[in-house]
Write a protein that binds this ligand. Structure first.
Ligand SMILES: [Zn+2]
Length: 410
């Protein structure tokens, strides 16, 4: 009885999430402006604007189709008892709970990748290609997939296996040690990501001496922020879109600029973008973000520990007894409304931090240069200049361009 209620709740949440996304997409689709908005007329001509609208129209239709496909596939998987079949198959190979759980996730992971493959292929080599965005070769695309799989095997599997082992060993109390394990791992990753993982996908080299480096150092002296590790990354290997980011803690912190950013922006614009990134660091957004993530993991693991020992959770998806791996999937689906609320809060906080980092940049570098950099970056990424407020509320981690410009100008 209870397992049936849980099953229907899970289905209801999947449907609810899909319906919400559809509504938001359509609201957003209807809010596209016909003309170039006033503040960005200097970077858009009417032709480019029309072309970008075509790009977004194609993307919109594509995401409707792919969204519908994955919605139907999710419903089929959940209602056909397919997860229990996968589990039975894993159990026929090993009855060890950790091995069985890892096999279960491996099969689901591989199946999901095969399902997504045609969609991401089409997105990259048909849509992005047609609008001149794509620079990914087929070879890069395939090796990226293989490297991603290797990483899941080398990092994801031991971590997941560790959590399952703790559950087998400690029962309900596993969550405390799992929390320590996952938090320790995420702190470790944030320190070593750019020096260990990123090199598998991209080449980075220190920024050459020259006038750009000089302007960056002048800024660094003026703002009292030591910037020794400035790297340039070959972002152009995959896309013409540009970016910059900050990573690491303490002496391992480094700033990474995409080569596309250096190509498209002037020196003062690059310094302005950089000072925005430094702003995130100085205002401790990086630190607080990490602490908030750790707290969130703790709460979720605690809740998981309360539910995962009830056999109804496993039975809701067609399994038998208490199976941690099936219970985890059911838990994830049942908590999707809460994840949605957490997502809303995180995005809201992140947008506030973006304004604060913009203000920092305006105070320590050049606000005008940041405005023109943001405009260029937004044109380059074919962003939608007039998203619907509800869509922003749900999906945007950064405020829309026009609002950032308005805040910087005031
Ligand atoms: Zn930012």
């Amino acid at each position: 009885m209870m397992e049936q209620i849980l099953f229907y709740l899970i289905i209801a949440f999947v449907v609810f999430e899909y319906a919400t996304d559809l509504c938001l997409d359509w609201l957003n689709r209807r809010s596209w402006s016909h003309e170039v908005p006033e503040p960005i007329r200097d970077v858009y001509d009417a032709d480019t604007f029309e072309n970008h609208k075509r790009y977004r129209r194609v993307n919109f239709s594509f995401s409707q189709v792919s969204g519908a496909f994955s919605f139907v596939a999710t419903l089929l998987v959940l209602s056909s008892g397919m997860l229990a079949m996968v589990d039975a198959w894993a159990a026929s190979i090993t009855l060890h709970p950790v091995g069985r759980g890892l096999l279960f996730f491996a099969i689901i992971g591989v199946a999901a990748s095969f399902f997504n493959l045609p969609f991401s292929w089409y997105q990259t080599f048909v849509i992005e290609q047609r609008f001149g965005f794509n620079t990914t070769t087929r070879r890069t695309f395939i090796t990226d997939l293989l490297k991603g799989a290797l990483l899941s095997l080398l990092i994801g599997a031991p971590l997941m296996g560790g959590v399952m082992f703790l559950f087998e060993w400690l029962g309900e109390m596993f969550w405390v040690y799992a929390w320590l394990l996952i938090s320790g791992f995420s702190v470790f990753m944030s320190m070593f990501y750019t020096s260990w993982i990123l090199p598998m996908f991209n080449k980075q080299k220190p920024l050459d001496n020259g006038s750009l480096r000089d302007s960056i150092e002048t800024f660094s002296l003026r703002s009292g922020f030591r910037l020794d590790n400035i790297y340039v990354m070959d972002g152009s290997k995959r896309s013409t879109k540009a970016n910059a980011f900050f990573s690491g803690l303490g002496s391992r912190k480094r700033i990474v600029l995409y080569d596309t950013l250096i190509r498209d922006l002037t020196e003062s614009e690059i310094v302005a973008v950089l000072s925005h990134e430094v702003g995130h660091y100085k205002l401790k957004h990086t630190l607080w973000g990490m602490l908030a993530g750790i707290a969130q993991t703790g709460v979720l693991l605690f809740l998981l520990s309360l539910f995962v020992t009830t056999p109804e959770l496993t039975k809701a998806l067609g399994g038998e007894g208490v199976q941690f791996h099936i219970g985890l999937v059911a838990f994830g689906l049942l908590f999707s409304p809460i994840s949605l609320v957490i997502g809303l809060m995180t995005n809201g906080l992140s947008r506030r931090n973006e304004y604060a980092a913009d203000r920092f940049a305006a105070n320590h570098a050049d606000g005008q240069a940041l405005v023109s950099a943001l405009k260029k970056l937004s044109v380059n990424s074919l962003g939608n200049p007039t998203p619907h407020p509800a869509y922003v509320w749900f999906h945007y981690s950064h405020p829309p361009l026009l609002q950032r410009i308005k805040a910087l100008m005031s």
